[in-house]
Design a protein around this ligand. Structure first.
Ligand SMILES: *Cc1c(COP(=O)(O)O)cnc(C)c1O
Length: 299
């Protein structure tokens, strides 16, 4: 791939962390589960799309500690209804793994993100009414501790390698992007998220998360929405809907390096990398942060 793109390409293999089929959510769970246990929670509640990688890895982490895991899910939390896509996403891949893990899934009809978050709150309230100690985690594990996990991940890559000109990855609920952007702020390394969610307002949420992360790391600055380099050109038809360019990128990397990407996140991100490389916009030493997601190939 490096010689084809005429640059020095590296891949950070978070798809190979070894926990529950891998992926970036394992890093967040290292810190989130410690907090769940410290608070003596009996039930962990979250929400996401049917093919959420976070729900799968969270369920596996809860299994390890004998904690019940429940999640409100929608096939496709997206304004524009796509019943056929929703139906496809409702089985196989992560859903199969969620079922094996015994995660309690409350499957809702498609609606907006806000409706999904509200249903997670309702689910948590129901457990509290039954006297359970509940720990709620926002979508994708993007709490301050989730962002902290990627701030720590940035220290890991700094220790492993000379500086990169650009770091590219799939960005959605924001803790991956926020942790990395915070850690590389003011350095020569440009942190570029390829958005997998079409709403530009997400940069406002990322900035808010940066403020919360700042309480944990104390660097004396908070990032603003403008500090987040988010490229929206590769979302395709919307969150969770595979794109043609993304699917081509999956095939290309598999046939060049034998490395698998996924259709919802990392494939779209790699399609962005290919385009940015063509535009000469990413320098020479480039890191693709592979965030995982490969179970969705089996949908
Ligand atoms: C969740 C996820 C992302 C996005 O990470 P965020 O921290 O939610 O922005 C990217 N790739 C994969 C495979 C994911 O599961």
């Amino acid at each position: 791939m490096s010689s084809e793109l005429e640059l020095d390409l590296w891949i950070k293999r978070d798809d190979l962390t070894g926990f529950a089929f891998g992926g970036n959510k394992g890093r967040k769970l290292e810190f989130l589960m410690a907090d769940v246990i410290a608070q003596w929670a009996e039930v962990v509640v979250t929400c996401g799309s049917a093919q959420s990688n976070f729900i799968r890895q969270l369920g596996a982490a809860c299994s390890r500690f004998g904690i019940h895991c429940a999640a409100a899910v929608m096939g496709l939390p997206y304004e524009e209804r796509r019943p056929n896509v929703t139906k496809e996403l409702a089985r196989g891949g992560n859903v199969t793994l969620d079922e094996i893990l015994g995660i309690e899934l409350r499957v809702l009809p498609d609606g907006t993100w806000e409706e999904l978050y509200a249903q997670a709150d309702t689910l948590a309230a129901e457990f509290r009414e039954k006297g359970k100690k509940v720990y709620s985690i926002p979508i994708g594990g993007s709490s301050p501790l989730g962002a902290y996990a990627f701030y720590v991940a940035a220290q890991e890559i700094k220790a492993q390698s000379e500086a990169f000109d650009t770091i590219i990855f799939a960005s959605s609920s924001g803790s991956t992007h926020t942790g990395l952007a915070h850690a590389f702020h003011g350095t020569a390394t440009r942190v570029r998220g390829i958005a997998c969610d079409p709403e530009p307002e997400i940069a406002d949420d990322f900035a808010k998360l940066s403020g919360q992360l700042e309480h944990l790391v104390g660097h004396g600055f908070t990032l603003t929405p403008k500090d987040f380099d988010l490229d929206f050109r590769f979302v395709g038809d919307g969150y969770g809907i595979p794109s043609e360019a993304g699917n081509r990128a999956i095939v290309k990397l598999a046939r060049t390096e034998g490395v698998f990407l996924d259709p919802i996140y990392s494939g779209k991100a790699f399609s962005g990398l290919l385009k940015l490389a063509e535009e000469g916009a990413i320098g020479n030493r480039v890191l693709f942060w592979h965030t995982g997601g490969t179970p969705a190939l089996f949908v």
